[in-house]
Design a protein. Structure first.
Length: 288
C-alpha cells in the first residue's frame, strides 16, 4: 500500500491531512526536528508546530526537551488503539447528549433538528435522505425497522453513492432484512456483521446529517433528524470503530441464507464488477 493510501486511511480515522503527513514521515524516517519535518514533508514551518502539538496532545508523537529537540512517532500498534478508544468514549458521550436533546428538540430551529414521531413519516424521510445523499451513507442496522426493502438504496448506488452498513448478527433473519440481503449486496452495498449489540440505530448521510431513533417513556420511539456536520463527523468515528471490529457479511451468508443463495449472490456480484468473491472481499477490506 502506498504512503498516500495509508494517509487517506489515517484521515478516515480522524487525522487531518497535515497530521497524517507528519506522523508517517516520523514513522518512516525516525526522530526529526521541526526544521527537518518541514523539509521532509513540504509543510511550511508555521504549519509544523501546530500539527506537532496536536499529535503530541493525542499521544501520537513524543516531544523532546528544549528548543531544537527532536520529535518521534509513537508506534502505531500502541498509539492508534488508544486513540480509537478515546474517540469511541467521546462518541458515546455524544450519543448521550443526543438523547437529552429529545426533551427540547421541538423548540430548536427546524433546519437544525426535526422530530419525527410517525413511523410512516420516518420511512419516507429515510428513503428521501438516501436519494439526496451525494457521496456516502453509513448505517447501523438494528430494530426498529420502518420499511420493507429499500428501493432508494439501489438508486443511490447507481449514482455512485457509497453505502456502508453494519448489521447486528441477530437481525440477519428479520423479515425486514433477510429477503433483501442478496439484492443489496449484489447492487454494491458494503456490509459487515457485528457479533455484539450495536449502541444505537443510526444513519449518517455524507457526514453532514444524522437520522437517529430514540426510545422515550411508554416504550414509544421518536426519531430525530439532525443537520449538524460536527455531530455527524463525531458519530462517523463511532461508526468507523464498529466497522473495523466487524466482519464482511459475505462470510455470514452461508449460515444465514438458504442453501445455494450465497453462491447466487457471489455470482451476481461477479457478473456486476468482474471480480471473484475473494478478490472483492479483499477490495472491500482495503477500502475500509
Amino acid at each position: 500500500m502506498t504512503k498516500d493510501a495509508i494517509a487517506a486511511e489515517l484521515e478516515q480515522l480522524g487525522f487531518t491531512a497535515n497530521e497524517a503527513n507528519v506522523y508517517l514521515a516520523l514513522i518512516q524516517r525516525g526522530p526529526m526536528t521541526a526544521t527537518a519535518i518541514a523539509a521532509g514533508t513540504g509543510l511550511a514551518r508555521t504549519a509544523v508546530y501546530p500539527t506537532i502539538n496536536s499529535l503530541v496532545d493525542q499521544g501520537l508523537v513524543d516531544a523532546g526537551e528544549g528548543y531544537g529537540s527532536k520529535f518521534s512517532a509513537v508506534p502505531a500498534e500502541r498509539a492508534l488503539p488508544q486513540l480509537m478508544l478515546e474517540r469511541e468514549r467521546l462518541t458515546r458521550d455524544v450519543i448521550e447528549r443526543i438523547s437529552s436533546l429529545e426533551q427540547t428538540a421541538e423548540a430548536a430551529p427546524e433546519e437544525l433538528i426535526q422530530v419525527i414521531r410517525n413511523s410512516r413519516a420516518v420511512g419516507e424521510r429515510w428513503q428521501r435522505l438516501q436519494l439526496e445523499a451525494e457521496h456516502l451513507i453509513e448505517v447501523f442496522c438494528k430494530p426498529p425497522f420502518f420499511t420493507q426493502g429499500n428501493p432508494a438504496e439501489h438508486k443511490a448506488l447507481r449514482r455512485g453513492v457509497r453505502n456502508r452498513a453494519v448489521y447486528e448478527k441477530g437481525v440477519l433473519g428479520e423479515p425486514g432484512i433477510k429477503p433483501y440481503l442478496s439484492d443489496w449486496l449484489a447492487a454494491g452495498e458494503e456490509a459487515r456483521v457485528y457479533d455484539g449489540q450495536l449502541p444505537q440505530k443510526l444513519a449518517i448521510f455524507d457526514r453532514k446529517s444524522v437520522l437517529v431513533p430514540l426510545s422515550v417513556s411508554g416504550g414509544q420511539t421518536q426519531t430525530l433528524l439532525i443537520q449538524h456536520a460536527e455531530l455527524a463527523n463525531s458519530l462517523g468515528l463511532l461508526f468507523d470503530s464498529f466497522w473495523e471490529r466487524s466482519r464482511p457479511l459475505e462470510d455470514e451468508i452461508e449460515q444465514k441464507l438458504r442453501p445455494g443463495k450465497a453462491e447466487q449472490v457471489s455470482s451476481r456480484m461477479h457478473r456486476r464488477d468482474g471480480q471473484s468473491p475473494s478478490r472483492r472481499r479483499r477490495k472491500v477490506a482495503d477500502q475500509s
